[in-house]
Design a protein around this ligand. Sequence first.
Ligand SMILES: NC(=O)c1ccc[n+]([C@@H]2O[C@H](COP(=O)([O-])OP(=O)(O)OC[C@H]3O[C@@H](n4cnc5c(N)ncnc54)[C@H](O)[C@@H]3O)[C@@H](O)[C@H]2O)c1
Length: 363
Amino acid sequence: MDILVITGSAGLVGTEAVRMLAPRFDLVVGIDNGMRRTLFGPDGDVSGNAAEMAVIPNYRHHTADIRDAESVDAVLRTYGSDIKLIIHTAGQPSHDWATERTLDDFAINAVGTMNLLEAARRHCFDATFVYTSTNKVYGDIPNSLPLVELDTRWEFHPDHPYHRHGIDESMGLDGTDRTFFGVSKLSADLAAQEYGRHLGMKVGVFRCSCITGPRHAGVQLHGFLSHLVRTAVAGGGYTIFGHGGKQVRDNIDARDLVRMFWHFHLDPRPGAVYHAGGGRERSCSVLEAVAKCEELVGREIPVSYAPEARFADVKCWITDTRRFRRHYPGWQPEHGLDDTLESMHAHWSSVDALRERKVLAHG
Ligand SMILES: NC(=O)c1ccc[n+]([C@@H]2O[C@H](COP(=O)([O-])OP(=O)(O)OC[C@H]3O[C@@H](n4cnc5c(N)ncnc54)[C@H](O)[C@@H]3O)[C@@H](O)[C@H]2O)c1
């Protein structure tokens, strides 16, 4: 029997992983305790995603908390060596939340990941283990690169090699402001590498830039594109924090990220670290994203500016995915930024999203 385990199975990436990979496995085991609502309130609620998963015939849900080593061990013990792939996406994703709740953040992101790695080591050593890390492990190092300020965005200086291809995996990790979130994710990232490099488990670490898609329950504290589309559809306003709104991110559709995981699983390299992102073609500044959303909804979005940038906020990040593409030449992103934005717009405009629209417009 072939079993896929997905943690964070009601979240953005987890839900897409369940939907896309369920036909390839006999059983998909989801682990999610609905913590996103606890973290972000009703706007962060992912119970709609959880309900979608529940009707998939070969899906089985466990409401376990990854902070609880015994619960995690019990789930993996139940399925043992039938587990062929673990995609670990459960996490606390917000910098601001992490600053307020340092211990809880570390317990979820770092200790929770160790709990899973250790249980996998014990019960399904040969399974592929995918860890969703983040480019935030580098903190604000990219702000020390030579940058130029254009009308709507910050950019790498045209003479710098990152201008053409984006930032690769050789970027250093020290001497930076990082946020407590960056620290907890980096701790998990290093631990995951160790299980691969030292113990030989088939662990892959994916340092992702902004991931997005229609199933993203974006909130002000996390998920800027989703939050922007949601508020635009609801007729609300958007607050830009610092850098004149010219800060640039590249965006990867969660469905393209799941396809990366699948390619890795077919030919895993223990302990490998990859950058995962949409690259220059799918990059935009916050100002450019607002303009795109205004086109989508057909009206101006009221924007307010908070002058101070968020701590360690990077002015420009564009991902270089060439290492992954060299190792897995069959992978190419399929979703363009406009196409992803349109699917998010369609989702939030749908009747199913009516309740959320009311919450956002009036709450
Ligand atoms: N979304 C992004 O832009 C982005 C960028 C870089 C990295 N990442 C990383 O990718 C991963 C997936 O991101 P996402 O956007 O799908 O996140 P998400 O918040 O949409 O999903 C995470 C899920 O984990 C669950 N969860 C949280 N704490 C839990 C716990 N203690 N026990 C069990 N379940 C728990 C939540 O309920 C949620 O459904 C995260 O680890 C995140 O740090 C995300």
